[in-house]
Every structure is written in structure tokens, then in C-alpha cells.
Design a binder for this molecule. Structure first.
Ligand code: ARG
Ligand code: ZN
Length: 458
């Protein structure tokens, strides 16, 4: 599923092209989705609806053999289209609706020319057979992401651009789809992905884990993590909760599972019903990865999370996963909201008062470099996860709450999720909704907190 981005400046400057008429030849789909922070991420001309990923991985040799079967729909008549996939993985074959297609590789793009053009609006199926030894990539901010090897398997975290390290697809945040993962690993390992565990079958020393994520999901929120995990599948507060823990944390597994209940109950009260049919966690032993990630229904942690981190990643299920930014520059809609939810949970359980969380974040002196980055557009891919996106974003919400009152504030948050669940939205959408629900002029507030550099006055 996807919401089309507005025309980019370069597209707007292009010469006018005669409008396509029925029966006219198609044209190639764009090689990116038009996001200024990640120009090559995603692709134009089609909408991915469902991914069926059949993966076979050997943690000993690091060899991955995969078949990705993607159901999509043309959003234009397509002569050719792209999928995002790193060049270090070899592609053996590509078919479109069962017929062999020609393909070439350029940078992180797999360019597919189907035997026959794909008509606008028509559903089609692409199947890609590929293999290789996937590795992680280094982000603009210096973090490792993608297929991150661990001593016993893989810590798989894909924000913002790691999905291309292990499967071909339309990897921009605006193209959400359903997923099914069938992952075969040696039987002494466990493969954990998003959604429900559908089946687990062993044969000849290898086990295939089938996972299904029904609700629409952006590529960056997928995970297929592999390790010597202990897997538990229980109900907590009526919700199927699947938790995988590295043996290093085995003793803490039960308590960790139970800790999901009160946090999700509190957030459901504040933000509206939990948006997915399952929850859980993957708790690895991967100290070299410096962050956790809110993979949909199943956040992944490099170590046992404390309540601050657990509440942060669970809040992302509403803010980030159910409602996803339309462009990466709007990332404060994820991180500012999840940070504010951390503060709400800490206040609720009595560890830190909300007012002190705000006061200590605000206390940074006006000359501190912290105040230079306005959260509404941190600048480039390198600044996506800088501190102001998190805590100045959270402060913005607190100031908004003080201005409009608790009742309007939580109505804004619940309406935000209800209106955009399984889709994408922008900062402008959030400002418009806040004004509509509160009936107050809020431009000056958002301008000072989100747009202008410098420490806002209270
Ligand atoms: N969204 C994650 C979190 O705040 C952070 C991801 C950081 N990723 C990165 N490549 N730096 O929980
Ligand atoms: Zn976060």
C-alpha cells in the first residue's frame, strides 16, 4: 500500500510529457520514491501489496538463499521497474507473472524488464531468486544496520535503509505491505520474525519457521533475527506475546514477557487500542549494536531492556509502526512521540515525574548545540536520530498538552492513530489535526518548537 509523494522539484522541472492514453506504451518506473534524505530508496510505478519471503540461512557459512515473491499493482503502465537490493547479493532469476524477465543491476537497484508491459492498475507477481552472504551496512550516522551477524546468528534491524541488505523490494516508508516469512535454519537455531508464528517444522536437522505479519508493514520495520533463542509464546493481557531471548538472558525471560502487559494496557488507554494482533520482543546478546529498534509487533533489543527502553519501543507500535511518517524528515513523529510515551510511563509507574522529565530536558542552556537542530527537519540522513529529534520532539508534545489541556491532547493522539493507522502522515497533518481538535491557533507554538533553531521560551 502506498500514498504517493508530492512531485519532487526535479520532477516538477521536467518537460511536460504527453499524458498516457489507453494502449500507449508504458514507461519505466522511477528508481526512487522521491525522499530527499534517501533519493534511491523505494521505487516508483508500482505498489507492493504482499511479500512472501522464503529464506534459507546457514549461520556457519553465512550463506542466504532466498526467493522473494512480491504481489504488486502497477500505478502506471510499466515498461520496466526497480527493486531495492544490494549488489553484493547475486540474483539468479526474475519472473513476472511466471514469465522470465530480463534484469540488470545498478548500485542498490535491481532493474527488471518484464517480457510484456504491465498495465496501470493491474495486479502482478514478481519472483526473485537470489543468494549470497549478506552483511550489515553502515548508516549515515555511523551505526550498523541490516543483516548484522552475531556469534550465533543475526541481529536484523532495518531502520532506515537496511532491508535491501537481505531482500528485494520497494523499501521506502510509504509502501506498506503484508508479509509472510518462511525461514529455514539449522535446528539448533531459532528464526524469529514479525507477527504470528504459523508453524515450525523440522526435517533432516533443519527447521523452518513460518511467520505471518498480516497488518501492513513498512520494510524498515521487518526483522528476521536468528540465534540460539529460547522462544516463548503466551498470552499477556489477552494478547499473543512471542518473546525470543538469548541464553544470556534466559532467567529474565518470564518477567520480561509479563512486563509487556501493564505498559501496553496503559498505552492503549492513552493512545487507543493496540494496533496489531501480536506483540513480543527479541532480546539478543549483541553489545556491538548500540540501539534497539521498534520492529513491528516484535521490537529487537541488543540486550535486556529496562522499562525506559521497553516502553519506548512499545510506544512506537502506535507512533512509527501503525502511523508512519511520509518522509524521513518527519521522524520526530516517531521518536518525539515514543520519548514522550517513555516519560508518561515513568510518571505512571512512579519512577520520574513528568514535570521533572520535561524540566531536565529543557534545562540545557540556550547556548548548547542541542538547540541548533529543529526536529521538524533535522537536515540530512545523518541527523535522523539526533537527540533533539527525541527529546525536543517530546518537549513539543508536552508544551502542546499544556496549551490545549489533557482532554484535547489525548483526543489528538487517539485521533491521529485512528485516522492514519496502517498508513503514512506528515508533520503538517499533525499540526492541522491539533488545531482542529483544540480549536486553538497553534502555529506560533509549533514554529518555535519544531521549525526554528534556538531554545524556545516557555
Ligand atoms: N528507532 C530506533 C529507536 O529509537 C533507533 C534506530 C537507530 N538506527 C540507526 N540506524 N541509527 O528506538
Ligand atoms: Zn525510537
Amino acid at each position: 500500500m502506498k500514498r504517493l509523494l508530492a512531485l519532487t522539484a526535479s520532477a516538477a522541472l521536467a518537460l511536460p510529457i504527453a499524458p498516457a492514453v489507453a494502449g500507449s506504451p508504458g514507461s519505466p518506473g522511477a528508481q526512487g520514491a522521491g525522499d530527499p534524505y534517501f533519493p534511491a530508496q523505494g521505487n516508483g510505478g508500482y505498489d507492493a501489496r504482499h511479500y512472501d519471503l522464503a529464506l534459507d540461512y546457514d549461520p556457519g557459512t553465512h550463506v542466504l538463499k532466498g526467493t522473494a515473491t512480491i504481489s504488486a499493482r502497477g500505478t502506471q503502465t510499466l515498461s520496466r521497474f526497480n527493486l531495492d537490493l544490494v549488489k553484493t547479493l547475486a540474483v539468479e532469476s526474475v519472473t513476472v507473472d511466471g514469465a522470465a524477465a530480463r534484469f540488470t543491476r545498478k548500485d542498490d537497484e535491481l532493474v527488471v524488464t518484464p517480457a510484456a508491459e504491465i498495465a496501470k492498475g493491474k495486479p502482478f507477481t514478481v519472483a526473485v531468486r537470489y543468494s549470497g552472504k549478506p552483511t550489515s551496512i553502515i548508516d549515515a550516522d555511523g551505526s550498523k544496520e541490516g543483516w548484522i551477524r552475531t556469534p550465533d546468528g543475526v541481529f536484523n534491524a532495518n531502520e532506515p535503509d537496511g532491508a535491501k541488505t537481505w531482500f528485494p523490494g520497494n523499501h521506502h516508508i510509504t509502501d506498506k505491505a503484508g508479509f509472510r516469512f518462511a525461514v529455514t535454519v539449522p535446528s539448533d537455531r531459532v528464526a524469529v520474525a514479525n507477527g504470528e508464528l504459523v508453524s515450525q517444522r523440522a526435517a533432516m536437522g533443519r527447521t523452518t519457521y513460518v511467520w505471518a505479519a498480516k497488518e501492513p508493514m513498512a520494510s524498515y520495520l521487518t526483522t528476521v533475527s536468528i540465534g540460539d533463542f529460547k522462544l516463548t509464546d503466551t498470552k499477556v493481557g489477552g494478547l499473543r506475546t512471542i518473546v525470543a531471548v538469548d541464553p544470556a538472558h534466559a532467567a529474565a525471560a518470564k518477567r520480561l514477557t509479563q512486563r509487556h502487559g501493564p505498559i501496553l494496557a496503559y498505552f492503549s488507554e492513552l493512545f487507543g487500542p493496540y494496533p496489531f494482533s501480536t506483540t513480543g520482543a527479541i532480546v539478543d546478546d549483541a553489545p556491538s549494536v548500540g540501539y534497539a529498534l521498534e520492529s513491528q509487533t516484535r521490537p529487537i533489543y541488543p540486550n535486556l531492556p529496562d522499562d525506559v527502553l521497553l516502553s519506548h519501543e512499545l510506544a512506537h507500535q502506535w507512533f512509527g509502526d501503525a502511523v508512519t511518517p511520509e518522509r524521513w524528515k518527519d521522524i520526530w513523529l516517531n521518536e518525539g512521540f515514543a520519548t514522550y510515551a517513555e516519560w508518561l510511563w515513568a510518571d505512571k509507574r512512579g519512577s520520574t515525574r513528568l514535570s521533572s522529565a520535561f524540566a531536565s530536558a529543557y534545562a540545557k542552556p540556550a547556548g548548547d548545540a542541542f538547540w541548533k537542530t529543529p526536529p521538524a527537519d533535522p537536515g540530512t540522513a545523518k541527523e535522523l536520530f539526533e537527540a533533539p529529534v527525541y527529546s525536543r520532539g517530546a518537549m513539543t508534545l508536552h508544551v502542546l498538552r499544556k496549551k490545549v489541556g489533557d482532554k484535547a491532547f489525548f483526543t489528538i493522539l487517539r485521533t491521529w492513530v485512528a485516522d492514519h493507522k496502517y498508513g503514512n502522515a506528515t508533520t503538517a497533518d499533525f499540526i492541522a489535526l491539533s488545531k482542529k481538535i483544540s480549536g486553538k491557533p497553534l502555529d506560533a507554538l509549533f514554529d518555535a518548537w519544531l521549525v526554528k533553531p534556538g531554545k524556545p521560551a516557555l
